[in-house]
Design a protein around this ligand. Structure first.
Ligand code: SF4
Length: 202
């Protein structure tokens, strides 16, 4: 693809890419220098029959205009310690399997909507991109799998149930301004937060 960044800054906005999802190591890192900028990742995965949501990790806050909290005048203000997804972007696994059940590693996000293409990339750089993209996707899947295992164990231990109708009802209330409890998976346990939906609009 020969992608090259042209510093348009679009990829660091909610409008273009949603909220930045953080791997556990990213969450630990950002907690060490800006602990107030993390929020439960949007798109909660499940809820229990007692009205609590569950999600597999944290995300970064955005500003009211939808830009990443660290985007400053079109540049990343923490570039040297930016997060895992920011380092591999726009390369990623195309997670939707084809009709034969295969997933394709060749995927570039927002093709032709940002940056420039067909720039020369030497073999060493290609190899680096490949290694880092595979490592990111493996770490992401590992976190998702551990989250689901922990959720299964928690529900079994506490006799909780997942009811789709409860999820939909709670989500409607949440969108209408109600405060909800969200349990965020982090390093083998769930961290509880009481939040309102406007957290995702600013
Ligand atoms: S941390 Fe930096 S690179 Fe990552 S989305 Fe925010 S501004 Fe962009």
């Amino acid at each position: 693809m020969g992608f090259s960044c042209d510093r348009c800054g679009r990829c660091c906005t909610r409008e273009f890419n949603g909220h930045v999802f953080l791997l556990e190591e990213d969450t630990e890192s950002v907690r060490s220098f800006a602990p107030d900028v993390i929020i439960p990742a949007p798109g909660f995965d499940a809820c229990d029959d007692e009205g609590r949501f569950y999600v597999s990790g944290y995300a970064l806050k955005t500003r009211p205009d939808g830009s990443c909290i660290f985007l400053d005048d079109g540049r990343c203000s923490i570039y040297e310690r930016r997060f895992s997804i920011c380092r591999v972007y726009p390369y990623m696994l195309h997670r939707e399997a084809d009709e034969k059940g295969r997933v394709d590693w060749r995927q570039i996000s927002g093709l032709n909507e940002h940056g420039t293409y067909n720039n020369p990339i030497d073999d060493a750089e290609c190899a680096r991109i490949f290694r880092e993209t595979v490592a990111y996707e493996a770490a992401f899947l590992d976190q998702e799998i551990r989250f689901r295992q922990a959720l299964r164990d928690l529900f079994a231990r506490e006799g909780l149930r997942y009811v789709r109708r409860t999820y939909d009802h709670l989500m409607r209330e949440f969108r209408n301004g109600a405060k909800v409890e969200v349990r965020v998976f982090h390093q083998g346990r769930f961290e509880s937060h009481l939040i309102k939906h406007d957290l995702y609009d600013r």
